[in-house]
Ligand binder design. Structure first.
Ligand code: HEC
Ligand code: HEC
Ligand code: HEC
Ligand code: HEC
Length: 145
């Protein structure tokens, strides 16, 4: 009787350990979101409404490589690879000013340069693309306070 109890306990404990390890690895793995709403707080003035990016669609339907938008620079080269951890753009791009040391431009410019430059270049080539002139095609109306 006693040994059976002990065996049961061991089995339960092992099961719990298994689950705990599973949960930990799952937490480390980042999901690739379907859509992302960018509504960062920290700008000098928050003038415009949030922007929704059709994240997966950009990759799957519009065939934009992850590394067009995600990077970690080392010696001027993008060493980020698909599957690597993704930090928020604001981790490296400051809300208020360019980082003189890393040369990372301020956050608003980083987003605009990334999104609009691509859209504009594709438009020039006469290809289907996203907005780059009309603010409201990206920015939702700002809610009145
Ligand atoms: C291709 C999409 C796109 C277009 C077009 C666009 N923006 Fe943005 N803009 C963004 C994104 C993405 C952000 C980052 C939003 C955030 O961090 O919350 C941003 C941030 C900003 C910010 C800083 C955050 C804030 O709310 O104050 C300002 C100001 C801004 N945009 C102004 C404009 C103006 C003015 C226009 C039109 C001339 C414009 N944008 C057009 C995508 C766009
Ligand atoms: C058109 C640009 C673009 C493309 C293409 C793109 N991403 Fe993103 N991704 C973003 C932006 C913008 C964010 C939000 C960053 C932020 O919050 O500051 C983001 C966020 C993420 C996040 C973080 C989600 C979280 O929970 O914080 C992951 C993971 C990610 N992307 C993975 C990928 C992978 C993998 C691919 C390619 C299969 C990809 N992205 C393609 C722009 C893009
Ligand atoms: C790990 C830090 C880091 C993160 C996270 C990061 N950046 Fe950058 N980014 C940099 C640095 C550093 C530079 C300057 C590189 C240079 O000029 O040598 C840069 C340059 C850029 C540039 C100009 C050069 C280029 O590659 O086109 C754009 C646009 C840009 N970032 C947009 C973004 C956006 C949008 C995000 C979020 C999806 C983001 N960055 C996330 C560090 C980062
Ligand atoms: C490297 C190119 C590239 C980059 C970077 C990029 N886009 Fe786009 N975007 C496209 C293309 C291509 C389309 C539309 C193609 C079509 O309609 O078939 C598009 C369409 C859009 C549309 C309209 C359709 C939709 O799916 O919502 C919006 C809004 C948009 N993009 C927002 C953004 C924002 C915000 C960013 C930056 C965070 C961004 N894009 C970065 C290429 C890009």
């Amino acid at each position: 009787m006693k040994t059976r109890h002990l065996t049961l306990l061991v089995v339960i404990f092992a099961g719990m350990l298994f689950l705990a390890v599973g949960a930990l690895t799952a937490a480390e793995e980042q999901a690739v979101p379907e859509k992302i709403t960018l509504a960062n707080k920290g700008y000098k003035k928050d003038k415009k409404g949030p922007v929704t990016l059709t994240h997966k669609k950009h990759n799957v339907d519009y065939k934009i490589a992850c590394a067009e938008c995600h990077h970690v620079y080392k010696d001027g080269k993008n060493i980020w690879n698909e599957g690597d951890h993704v930090d928020k753009c604001s981790t490296c791009h400051d809300f208020k000013k360019k980082n003189k040391k890393t040369k990372a431009m301020k956050l608003q410019n980083a987003y605009h340069k990334n999104c609009k430059t691509c859209h504009k270049a594709l438009a020039k080539e006469g290809k289907p693309t996203g907005p780059f002139k009309k603010c409201t095609k990206c920015h939702a109306k700002k809610k009145k306070k």
